[in-house]
Design a binder for this molecule. Structure first.
Ligand code: PEP
Ligand code: MG
Length: 753
């Protein structure tokens, strides 16, 4: 028997699309028994304690045995597979010594037996079994097929197993608890609102219309909207084009009015195509004919026509989106990734939670959610959020799980927790003007990480002593095009002014990885090792110079700017950067703007920068440790990949060693050092850093009061013996467990029950 790859793919896709856990498990056993033409197919799943297996679904055994038939690990053939983690293929199962008859299954004398373990990320999830009456083992193809199906389904089943909802089958309520990765702490309830991904012209799929008049009208409105954008110059193109671009503006206007395009699109609409599909075909055709031209000027116009096409598409999509307005009630935003631009479309107080099917605890969505105090769950790759549009959802960021369609008592319990949390946070306001100082007088400066003007006020309200990390890429990500020097200047001035006289470390543009600009395509095979941070800005010198000039000009009034360079991995990067700053200082002074040379700091987030500190020290004034990336690059664990998120922990012994080494080197080199990764919000990590001697941390404003309370509740002396023990440990889980009792015993918010 042959099982073509397509059969496998279709099977796995069909099953993965089924949302209800029981229906999904029934689909697995049903489809498999049909495909493999066997009398029995059964799925056994491990219980949460991992000490027994329970029959979770079957085709062929007694249905009433589901949920009740149990085997210990190592009991019977299924238990043997679970214990040995090995496939078992027998021609006569009852004759095998290990065979155990389970009465509630009413098992007939089936002879052939094939069982494979289901393993996800090293963990046993359960066992998948097929049985038949013939007395011969299954053939090699059948064995290989079942193994492949099992490995494909293990991830999906793992999430079902973790949700545990199938175990509660006595309760008929349709609520499902999904486990993901903790993105940002806190708890929120609201209605799920799906953010549809930004569509590029390339991604438009064939579509048809039922009302050509309406569709033509939409297209015509989109043309007018783009034309207005161009005319006012305040739209999507105007911002970043240099002064001699009026000619280009008219080229764009001409293209927009080109009869070839307008009639091309309208003709296709009349023939039944949707406006977006008609647009895509027409633009592609025009771009290709420009490309074929021998005239370099015309050749270059293919870029422009695609650009225009994208802008018309944006307008058509805006038009579609407006039809369904988000309801005026608490919302939980869902999508693969939620960009900052997406967040900016809603009033912040309406966003009560975020659910992402992609990403991990350190992806930029999680970082922004943290900064804004919005609970977030990442990596829900197994959940088809689309199927739950408009459903009520609880986001429990403390546990990293969401509950879809919760029953009323559960919803009430969570509302109580949310209230309690709010009161706790209000209570912490009393600490605003108190120092972050341990009981034995070790003083820690708490700075804030920011990037949105919206969180400047919360930072000050929560007692930030300055800004340790201003992520300048965030405003770039909200924009529709590269912001001009003047636009940046106005923005930076506001930030510097808000915090003056406190210092503000402004980091130059750090895009790349999962921080993408909607208007600049940076598709790369391995983006975290590619065009990131200072590499990108040095290569795009005009952007770097504009940004440096904007920062220097913004500093004139209050003189509280420090500059911070991201992703430094080589000495020449910081040398070149310094030279650009010096040159910009000279040029601005020559132009009559009296700017000063600011302190220049370097992010230590690439291992080479850490090792080169003694050589780099002469070119920098301070160091800021980016523990998110330092952990990623030290451990070779992608910070944005849910599959390896369990391996990403900044308490890993190697990261601790690195932190100790950096601190010692900085002390020896008399370089001020702080840490600005998410680690500065993790209680166990904070205690370790205090014990090590770190006296400056930068974290999201939302977390400052809690961290301050923690620092004020301990003495450094009490932490030193724990640090000595942690140094001897081999695993991050042990290190975390070592600090947990102390953290639990200190004053803190009540944990959700
Ligand atoms: C870091 O890497 O720790 C950091 C603060 O920078 P970002 O998270 O913005 O990459
Ligand atoms: Mg970083």
């Amino acid at each position: 028997m042959q099982y073509p790859l397509t059969t496998l793919i279709t099977l796995v896709e069909q099953i993965a699309r089924t949302q209800d856990p029981e229906a999904m498990m029934d689909a697995i056993v049903g489809r498999l028994s049909d495909l493999m033409r066997v009398e029995v197919c059964s799925l056994y799943l491990c219980n949460p304690e991992q000490d027994s297996l329970v029959l979770a679904a079957t085709r062929g055994l007694a249905p009433e045995a589901v949920g009740t038939a149990r085997l210990s690990i190592n009991e019977g053939l299924v238990g043997h597979i679970a214990a040995s983690l090995n496939t078992l293929n027998l021609g006569d199962a009852p004759a095998d010594d290990r065979f155990v008859y389970i009465p509630e299954t009413h098992e007939q004398p089936y002879h052939r037996f094939l069982g494979v373990p289901l393993i996800h990320l090293r963990k046993l999830i359960g066992v998948l079994v097929v049985q038949g009456t013939q007395q011969v083992p299954f053939c090699q193809e059948e064995e290989a097929f079942l193994m492949t199906v099992a490995s494909q389904l293990a991830g999906t089943l793992h999430h079902l197993q973790r949700s545990g909802s199938w175990m509660q089958s006595t309760d008929n309520s349709p609520f499902i608890r999904h486990k993901g990765i903790r993105g940002a702490k806190g708890v929120g309830c609201g209605r799920l609102w799906i953010i549809d991904p930004h569509m590029t012209l390339d991604q438009v799929k064939p579509g048809f219309n039922s009302d050509p008049i309406q569709e033509k009208g939409d297209f015509s409105e989109a043309l007018t909207a783009v034309s207005e954008e161009l005319e006012t110059g305040s739209g999507k193109l105007g911002h970043h084009l240099p002064a001699d671009v009026s000619a280009l503006f008219s080229v764009y206007q001409m293209m927009l009015q080109s009869p070839e395009m307008i009639t091309g699109v309208n003709k296709l609409i009349i023939m039944g195509d949707s406006a977006t599909w008609a647009l895509k075909q027409t633009i592609e055709q025009m771009a290709e004919s420009f490309e074929q031209s021998n005239d370099p000027y015309l050749k270059a116009r293919s870029e422009d026509i695609r650009n225009i096409g994208q802008r018309i598409l944006n307008q058509l999509l805006v038009h579609d989106r407006q039809v369904i307005e988000a309801p005026d009630e608490p919302l939980i935003l869902g999508g693969e990734q939620i960009s900052i631009a997406d967040l900016a479309e809603f009033p912040l107080k309406r966003i009560h939670g975020i659910l992402c099917t992609g990403g991990s605890a350190l992806s930029h969505t999680a970082i922004v959610a943290n900064a804004l105090g919005i609970p977030a769950i990442m990596g829900l790759e197994h959940v088809d959020l689309d199927n739950h549009r408009g459903d009520k959802v609880i986001v429990d960021g403390n546990r990293g799980e969401c509950i879809i369609n919760p029953p009323s008592p559960l919803l009430d319990e969570y509302r109580r927790i949310i209230d309690e949390e709010r009161r706790f946070m209000q209570d912490l306001d009393r600490l605003k003007n108190e120092p972050a100082q341990t009981l034995d007088g070790f003083r820690v400066t708490l700075l804030t990480n920011t990037g949105l003007l919206a969180d400047a006020t919360p930072g000050l309200e929560r007692g930030a002593e300055g800004v340790g990390l201003y992520r300048s890429e965030i405003p770039f990500m909200i924009h529709d095009s590269f912001p001009t020097e003047q636009e940046q200047y106005l923005l930076y001035r506001k930030v510097l002014e808000a915090y003056a006289p406190r210092p503000v470390s402004m980091r130059t543009l750090d895009i790349g990885g999962d921080k993408q600009l909607p208007y600049f395509d940076m598709t790369e095979e391995n983006p975290y090792l590619g065009w990131r941070g200072i590499r990108f800005t040095l290569d795009n010198t005009q952007l770097l110079v504009a940004q440096v000039r904007a920062m220097l000009r913004a500093d004139v009034e209050h003189g509280n700017l420090k500059m911070l360079v991201p992703m430094v991995s080589r000495i020449d990067e910081i040398v070149t950067f310094r030279r650009y700053v010096e040159k910009s200082v000279e040029a601005l002074n020559r132009e009559g703007t009296p700017v000063r040379m600011p302190e220049i700091g370097m992010m230590v987030e690439v291992p080479s920068a850490m090792l080169l500190l003694p050589k780099l020290a002469r070119y920098i004034d301070f160091v800021s440790i980016g523990s998110n990336d330092l952990t990623q690059y030290l451990l070779a664990v992608d910070r944005n990949n849910p599959r390896v998120s369990e391996l990403f922990d900044h308490l890993h012994p190697a990261v601790m060693l690195a932190l100790e080494q950096i601190l010692n080197q900085c002390k020896a080199l008399s370089l001020p050092v702080s840490l600005c990764g998410e680690m500065a919000s993790d209680p166990a990590a904070v205690l370790i850093m205090i014990a090590l001697g770190y006296d400056c941390l930068s974290l999201s404003a939302y977390n400052i009061p809690r961290v301050k309370l923690l620092i004020r509740s301990v003495s450094r002396q009490q932490l030193l013996p724990l640090l000595a023990q942690a140094r001897e440990m081999e695993h991050e889980a042990e290190i975390r467990a070592l600090f947990e009792p102390l953290i639990e015993s200190l004053a803190g918010p009540k944990k959700p029950s």
